[in-house]
Design a protein around this ligand. Structure first.
Ligand SMILES: Nc1nc2c(ncn2[C@@H]2O[C@H](COP(=O)(O)OP(=O)(O)OP(=O)(O)O)[C@@H](O)[C@H]2O)c(=O)[nH]1
Ligand SMILES: [K+]
Ligand SMILES: [Mg+2]
Length: 343
């Protein structure tokens, strides 16, 4: 049996297995197996897809946003509208065949927006240019999943499944589990909260499936078996995702209203330029960038020229952006002197 068949067998078994106390270990094991096969599937041909016409676009600007979606949902139309770059748009599918970067200028920041070929079901397994598109998505700070508002929910769940299967986790945070493989001593298991989805036995079973017999595990939140598997496998990408429903000029007001109320969602029309400002505001929020304005002592700050930083950036980062040598000079003097420069 090939890997693809094995994966589909396990998926089927998971689907037909009822979820209850009696089956939880069985399900946990199946999920661990599934994650293993998926990893195998992605590894060998990784080099093949990054060779040749890869979409190696240089990272530039303060942040990167990737446009993911089915063909003809309006990704290129959107890029041409928001940036000074023109990307060909047409009514036939797969108009865009490569990665086209543009820049959105917003609040003094340069946000790199990447237009990509449309992806379809099976993309993760290499259909179309799916693998290359997904590889680019992994490098983004935020994904915009563009959806055709006239097509209902199918597109969204199919694409979520594709991204999920290659280890991209949308709008989720990294599970708060401490996990450290050891040389000996068996498996030590602890939790700081009450666990409702995992138990010591299940954790051991899953670890054994990965041939891990010595490790320290500490659950700091009530995680699911899938989340624990993510921690063991590693290389997961946790990424904010905005679901953007385009072409709302084609649907009823009631339907627009329904879509707009969904979490992490924005409704727009590129054709009629509707709600694009709001989308930018949301995008800014999801990027979580911080603007820092510098000023000379006794003068007002220059609000036209910001230093753009990621959330969680330190004073050292700020120093580095001003001048390479500033950080080392900054630390040296007594605190009072240091502070006066920043008053
Ligand atoms: N009615 C309507 N049509 C739109 C809207 N936005 C884009 N379109 C049309 O949708 C078609 C596809 O647009 P593209 O921008 O080429 O779509 P794409 O997602 O880049 O497509 P691929 O590159 O093939 O994946 C074009 O005919 C656009 O004019 C919109 O808001 N409303
Ligand atoms: K198109
Ligand atoms: Mg396109």
């Amino acid at each position: 049996m090939g890997i693809l068949e094995k994966i589909s067998e396990i998926e089927k078994e998971i689907a037909r297995t009822q979820k209850n106390k009696a089956t939880e270990y069985h399900l946990g094991l199946l999920k661990a197996k599934l994650a293993k096969y998926r990893a195998q599937l992605l590894e060998p041909s990784k080099s093949a897809s990054s060779k040749g016409e890869g979409f190696d676009v240089m990272k530039s600007g303060d942040a990167r946003v990737a446009l993911i979606g089915f063909p003809s949902v309006g990704k290129s139309t959107f890029l041409s509208l928001m940036t000074s770059t023109a990307s060909e748009a047409a009514s036939y599918e797969f108009t865009t065949l490569t990665c086209i970067p543009g820049v959105i200028e917003y609040k003094g920041a340069n946000i790199q927006l990447l237009d990509l070929p449309g992806i379809i079901e099976g993309a993760a397994q290499g259909k179309g240019r799916g693998r290359q598109v997904i590889a680019v998505a992994r490098t983004a700070d935020v994904v915009i999943m563009m959806l055709d508002a006239t097509k209902g929910e199918v597109q969204r769940s199919l694409l979520e499944k594709e991204l999920e299967s290659v280890g991209i986790r949308l709008n989720k945070h990294k599970p708060n589990i401490y996990f450290k493989p050891k040389k000996g001593g068996g498996i030590s298991f602890n939790s700081t909260v009450t666990l409702t989805q995992c138990s010591e036995k299940l954790v051991q079973l899953i670890l054994h499936e990965y041939k891990i017999f010595n490790a320290e595990v500490l659950f700091r939140e009530d995680c699911s078996p899938d989340e624990f598997i993510d921690v063991i496998v590693g290389n997961r990408v946790y990424m904010p995702c905005l679901y953007v429903y385009n072409k709302i000029d084609q649907i009823s007001m009631e339907e627009v209203d329904r879509l707009a109320r969904k979490p992490n969602s924005v409704v727009i029309s590129c054709g009629m330029k509707l709600n694009l400002d709001y989308l930018l505001e949301m995008l800014w929020e999801y990027l979580a960038l911080t603007c820092i304005y510098t000023k000379k002592r006794g003068q007002r700050p220059d609000f036209s020229d910001a230093i753009i930083l990621r959330k969680g950036a330190s004073v050292e980062h700020v120093c580095h952006r001003i001048h390479r040598s500033l950080a080392s000079q900054f630390k040296a003097p007594a605190p009072s002197t240091a502070r006066s420069g920043w008053a």
